[in-house]
Write a protein that binds this ligand. Sequence first.
Ligand code: MTE
Ligand code: MOS
Length: 746
Amino acid sequence: MIGASSIRKEGRAKVMGTACYTDDKFVPDALHGVTVRSQVPRGILKGIQFGEGIPWGEFTIVTAADIPGTNRVASVVHDQPFLVGIGEEITHPEQPVVLLAHPDRRLAEKARKAVTLEVEERPAILDIQASLDLEQVIYGTHNLLKEIRIQKGDPEAVWASAAHVIEGEYHTGAQEQMYLETNAMVAVVEQEAAGLRVTVWGSLQCPYYVHGALKQLFGLPEGQVRVVAMEMGGAFGGKEDYPSVNAGHAALLAWKSGRPVKVVYDREEDLACTTKRHPSRTRLKTAFDAEGHLLALDVDFVLDGGAYATMSPVVLSRGALHSASVYRCPNVKVHARAVATNTPPPGAFRGFGAPQSLFAMERHMDVCARKMGLDAVELRRKNFLRMGDTMATGQVIREDLDLGGLMDRALEEIDYHRKRTTFAAANDSQNPIKRGVGLAVFMHGCGFTGGGESYLASVAGVEGLADGTVSILAASTEMGQGKNTVFAQIVAEALKLPFDMVETAEVDTDRVPNSGPTVASRSTMMVGRILEDAAISFKQALVQQGFLKEPYTADGFREAVAKAVATLGSVKCYGQYHRPPNIAWNDATYQGDAYPTYSWACYAAEVAVDLDTYEVKVEDFVAVQEVGRVVNPTLAAGQIEGGVAQGIGWGLWEEVTMKQGRMINNQMTNYIIPTSADLPQIRVVFLENPHPAGPGGAKGLGELPMDGPAPALINALENALGPLRLDEVPMTPDRLLGRYEEVTHG
Ligand code: MTE
Ligand code: MOS
């Protein structure tokens, strides 16, 4: 089963239109909930006015004063209110203040506009520099949401004697996940003998995050909250933490009205108000010896974390841990900060933090190569991590890592050396089309960072059903990445059963254990491994209790399960995460094994730039990666193609335009993402190297493809155009024109 391109489990329902997304859920008597937001970046809420012409008596109205439990969203830090109360501080312009519900969706929308807020405005902080400069103190004492330091050796001792010291500053912009389905929730709150019972159905990645947030919001015990994940039209990290907010809102309205409530954002609200990729600024200082060996690296990595901490601590951590990329370096200092601004808080987006710091380092390597008069490919080769080397945290590479071989495969696929020569000759002509090739080499840590997996202590299981088939019990959600299919393949392989005999149970917290959040590309490697163990225990239990004899056939297994269920009522086996041997992490010092292992990759891009329009066309793209064993080649290639498309969009076109802390191009017509017409054929190559900690040898791969495209593209742009200040993404035509004019007009 592992290695087969099994057909996507939920594919048929999606194609036939029978898959039930949250807004498809028919809920009789439901009200439609809408959110009144703050409008100003910073101020004190003084009053709320309900305007003329709206039958307010028909509405359910919720403000902060109504909240029965704690008015804080349970997250890494409990700093964000569900609703801002009168007398409290507004800290960004999309902050929820009042919730309204009415049976008529359009009237609810109209009423939202009839509410006015009296706000005493305060000066706001709108960008990283203003926050660092403490122009206003808006969060804690220093506007710091999180700060991390990593130190290895002493870079300060190297600068003076090094042959080359090269500095650079790189910027990356915000990015919208642009899942097809916008954020949506349905809530029902019942008054039971045991107290309130809150149930939420929604588009969400992490049912147990939402579960925890609802418990705290209503002050309820474990058993009184239920969260069900509906079919999801994509997430990309955008439904990691925000669903705790809108689920809370829907549940508050349901509780106050005594009726079911649907809260479904339209695209404009979703774009303006929900989380995005963190904007970043990275300053790098590197020292090399005369041959180009990296001697020292100083990283100053800053993320714009918006008004509340949300996922910033983990995004910052992953960014800091990937900031040295794939290079051996004896002296490294990393100073990473997430700073507060009066903007809607960003959150997780595919790669969270790694694409930002890797863009800086992989772009910087090309800049350094040019400045030292070395070839960018050979400079990388000279410095690649190999078995036995240590990373910045002291993590020792224990696998037989061959990044040179990986890179050579990408160079060969894209015909790098020949293109470098022929393009250089052609670019000298009067033709306004200039061509270039570039690459990036990078890695992505598998699973939660540091001690995260031990802390989560995830549980997942398998259950026998009355008809003799097997059901997977896990809170991991399907967002298009293929978890339903991959989990079934892993369990079917462990039990030696056909794929069709294994299905995934509905992700309902009343039914499935907490297998952790569906983030950090952890499902296949981390949860898959637990399921593999659970499946083997399940089979052993059937044998020990006399229901099953080995060897068995699929029919024999089916009969054994049916008999066991008929006899015992239910047959379930659970597995739990076990830290692999030889892995240690110290969260206080940031020393040790940041991840059990990494997936490794080299991406190469060919671009054509039109110097009449400054339009950049991606003509060819090669993605070579080592992700352990590939469980499902078709789905895996789809993950890479999709991630590369998002990476190309982030690198060239996707620009979040902000004004006074608000996104003003919050429509699909003016926030430009690539379509298939804008993309080349993305050529995907997997080099397999099974890893002992993953199920069947598999590692994580979902986010890896987001890391490489932007630096590969910008390096290719420099190859096409010569040394411009190409230090930022997205490199839109306007920005590129500006950079070009800097050199042509002085
Ligand atoms: N692929 C699709 N089609 N839709 C998604 O929402 N999310 C990405 C990635 N691939 C996503 C996707 C993100 S952000 C993550 S963390 C991983 O899938 C999560 O799934 P995994 O753990 O199964 O890799
Ligand atoms: Mo993915 S950004 O970890 O949901």
